[in-house]
Ligand binder design. Structure first.
Ligand SMILES: [Zn+2]
Ligand SMILES: [Zn+2]
Length: 137
């Protein structure tokens, strides 16, 4: 069982079952909705997805008919997306997870629409927190 919560903590979720087809999506829609270089998404079964608290705080943006992106109305955290064409599945935004998972991402997708500054440069320095030059900002 996996657990997750939004930034403000009002929405808490539980996932019973695994997460399938985890990918890093660099498409422009995921970049805009997450505010980052890419979003990491995976399928979970709707039957095993439980909203423990904050159901009434969840709003959605219907991007196309039947395709909804659900988010916390208080803190704007992306939580999952749904598609009426495949109602048995939800597309989880993995950033909301609080527990570790056994599954791992399998690919970077929509690389043709990635941001020009998103170069996946594994050679860049790595820090556990902010970069040292960030102090005070
Ligand atoms: Zn929230
Ligand atoms: Zn995407």
């Amino acid at each position: 069982m996996y657990q997750g919560s939004c930034l403000c903590g009002d929405v808490t979720i539980e996932i019973n079952g695994g997460i399938e087809s985890i990918i890093h999506c660099h498409c422009s829609k995921c970049r805009k909705s997450s505010g980052t270089a890419y979003a990491t998404n995976g399928f979970v079964a709707r039957a095993g997805f439980i909203i423990k608290t904050g159901q009434e705080k969840i709003g959605y943006y219907e991007m196309a008919p039947g395709k909804k992106r659900h988010f916390c109305k208080v803190c704007a955290s992306p939580i999952f997306s749904s598609n009426d064409a495949s109602p048995e599945l939800l597309r989880l935004r993995l950033g909301i997870l609080d527990t570790d998972i056994v599954e791992r991402p399998m690919s970077h997708n929509f690389m043709s629409s990635r941001a020009s500054w998103d170069d996946l440069d594994a050679e860049l320095p790595q820090y556990d927190g902010h970069e040292p030059s960030r102090a005070g900002r």
